[in-house]
Ligand binder design. Structure first.
Ligand code: MG
Length: 166
């Protein structure tokens, strides 16, 4: 297999969902958002970071978050998910890639993400090694339908492009 030429762009997709439990704050994209619920999971349950980690790993063909950080490993209990994202980006960097841009959609009924978007974008940009302008974060409701509408949890979709830098 020949290596791809300099400047090659690839795209990856990621998805994650986590269940809500009583009591805030809600950790999304490394930012603690005032809320009456938080996300539960093996790690810190930051679904934005998890979806993005899978998007960047997928773009580079470097596996997925479950391979990097198995939920059977006690070392990953409560793990900082920004650190997971940084680890994935470091792997990409070693393989010659850099992150181009990312686009994230968070699907939840509340809280509204709008006021927290600048902080989330800044936090993610720092972890991804990009400008803030290369990081898009959008919020959507599920129009009250299904498990998201019933506020059982939230879902996140993410896409990322990566560019072969060397
Ligand atoms: Mg997850």
């Amino acid at each position: 297999m020949n290596p791809p030429p300099h400047g090659t762009v690839r795209i990856g997709i990621g998805y994650d969902s986590h269940r809500f439990a009583e009591g805030g704050p809600l950790l999304l994209g490394g930012v603690a958002i005032p809320s009456d619920v938080h996300l539960t999971g093996h790690s810190d349950a930051d679904a934005v970071c998890h979806a993005l980690t899978d998007a960047v790993l997928g773009a580079a063909g470097l596996g997925d978050i479950g391979e990097l950080f198995p939920d059977t490993d006690a070392a990953n209990v409560g793990r900082d998910s920004i650190q997971m994202l940084e680890t994935a980006v470091a792997r990409l960097t070693r393989a010659g890639w850099r992150v181009g841009n990312v686009d994230v959609t968070v699907i939840c009924e509340r809280p509204k993400l709008g006021p927290h978007r600048p902080a989330i974008r800044a936090r993610l940009a720092a972890a991804l090694g990009t400008d803030v302008g290369a990081v898009s974060v959008k919020g959507k409701t599920n129009e009250g339908m299904g498990w998201i509408g019933a506020r059982e949890g939230l879902a996140v979709m993410a896409v990322a492009t990566i560019v072969l830098a060397s």
